[in-house]
Design a protein around this ligand. Sequence first.
Ligand code: G3P
Ligand code: MG
Length: 245
Amino acid sequence: MKKIEIIAHRGASAVCPENTMAAFERCLEQGATGIETDVQMTSDGRLVLIHDETLTRTTGAEGWVKDKTYEELRELDAGSWFNTEFAAECIPALEQLFGLIRGKNILLNLELKNGIVSYKGMEEKIVQVIRDWDLEQQVILSSFNHASLVRCKRLAPEIQTALLYMEKLYRPYDYAVKLEASALHPYKFAVTREEVAASIAQGVATHPFTVNDPEEMKAMIEMGVQGIITDVPDVLAALTAAHTR
Ligand code: G3P
Ligand code: MG
């Protein structure tokens, strides 16, 4: 069985609070070859890693990320909701994750969470910080907001993009080529063997999300996907190791 990218969804989110430095560090120990994380923007323009547009679920605080300054967000406990042993975890700045992965052979999938909130200037900011850190070759930008990905591509043709989608699309590989996207990131039930094959023929990769069941992982690998986004990178790493021996 071919080696594929093991992309940890929000870090090692099955065993650590999602999108924290603890989760990112743990997934690398578990054998992840890539990390997926969610990017939002504070009121003072800092890029931070948190899935929800609002703070309640993962910090217990009221309000929206977009309305808080970076300093205000840094006061919040982003770990206790998962387990009190993680009470010291904050909402990370994007640069903290860059510090962890730079110099390592790790793919970084940054998902722009700009479908519900239209963060003004987010694309310019993310391109600038990626260039400042010389990470253009290590990052793939994704979003459910495909217009935003086109904007990113225009700003930075050298940075790869990936189209996120939930429902089935008609000839998604043609759409990817049109938008100059390098990859499709479909919800797992929107993937078919025929589309994976057609995508390969067009030079487009497929990285389905979020696949946690080993049987589903095997089925995806047999279809020919180039990577899998999973909450359990250790399970996928064990599976791919078993099949390459
Ligand atoms: O990028 C894959 C996946 O993370 C997209 O959905 O809601 O988990 O961010 P969500
Ligand atoms: Mg995500």
